[in-house]
Design a protein around this ligand. Structure first.
Ligand code: NAP
Length: 259
């Protein structure tokens, strides 16, 4: 399927690895020029070069922490106007409800709610001006069903989801579509880090922690970054113009709900 976005320009945040990289690769395959971002310069440059070589698109790499004001300023200066924005950042640490103080919440809100909002606020006016834009926020299945050990994530991402629900309906008539993509369990470094936390907390091996989690996924496996990226690219495509303010779950059936 031709996604109809060849020659568009996208900012994909937190994209040297994992789900962000999956989105960047799929957009590049559709002919989209990219601005990529991550904190670690080395992995970021390797990813940027691999995408240039494979897909022949223009790739600008900006090593910066997207959750800080300075980092965002650097990324936005290098991006200029973009047609597509994919927001993403690392997820908050796991723990117990009684572990967290105000500072922990502020950090999580900054990373997983206020950063995507700041990026949308900065980049959507130009999309509205042009009459076309796509925003995909990478959130989590925790928005549909809470993950008890990820209270910081549950809180921050639900806040972002509320903001998107209202805002998506305000900008839809301008040709700008905002949607959220909700990963379940995907085979990335983040999944390994969470398994490591389970392994320590429950006194089980990493293999056992992995198989405990697999048993909760009807598909019987983890998702891939390629599957995730393909859905992101579709949401950024010309075909997705009637999809507004949706929360699309990619979780192999793990969230046990009728709707
Ligand atoms: P990952 O494999 O650990 O990759 C994270 C990517 O983001 C890396 O490129 C990392 O590079 C970059 N990054 C992290 N913090 C950043 C920051 N502050 N500024 C700029 N770049 C940053 O993680 P992932 O699995 O792709 O997860 C992506 C998001 O989805 C996270 O918020 C995660 O909580 C959420 N999620 C993931 C899953 C899953 O199963 N994988 C499930 C639900 C939700 P640097 O470290 O070099 O910055």
């Amino acid at each position: 399927m031709d996604l109809g976005i060849k020659g568009k320009r996208a900012l994909v945040c937190a994209s040297s690895k994992g789900l962000g990289r999956g989105c960047a690769e799929a957009l590049a395959e559709a002919g989209v020029d990219l601005v990529l971002n991550a904190r670690g310069a080395e992995a970021l440059e390797e990813t940027a070069q691999a995408i240039r070589e494979t897909h022949g698109v223009e790739v600008t790499a900006v090593a910066a922490d997207i959750t800080t004001e300075e980092g965002r300023a650097q990324v936005l200066a290098a991006s200029g106007e973009v047609d597509i924005l994919v927001t993403n950042a690392g997820g908050p640490p796991p723990g117990l409800w009684s572990d967290w103080d105000r500072e922990d919440f502020i950090k999580a809100l900054d990373a997983n709610m206020l950063t995507p909002i700041a990026l949308m606020t900065a980049l959507m006016p130009a999309m509205i001006e042009k009459g076309w834009g796509r925003v995909v926020n990478i959130t989590s299945q925790s928005v549909k069903a809470p993950i008890p050990a990820l209270g910081l994530s549950n809180a921050a991402r639900t806040g972002l989801t509320g903001f998107v629900a209202g805002t998506a309906r305000q900008v839809a008539s301008k040709g700008v579509n905002i949607n959220n993509l909700l990963p379940g369990s995907h085979a990335t470094d983040r999944a390994t880090a969470l398994e490591s936390a389970v392994s320590k907390a429950q006194g089980v091996s990493m293999d056992e922690a992995h198989s405990i989690r697999l048993q909760t996924i009807p598909s019987g496996r983890y998702g891939t970054i390629e599957e995730f990226g393909a859905m992101c690219a579709f949401l950024c495509s010309q075909h997705a113009g009637f999809i507004v303010g949706q929360n699309i779950l990619l979780d192999g059936g793990q969230t046990n709900a009728t709707i």
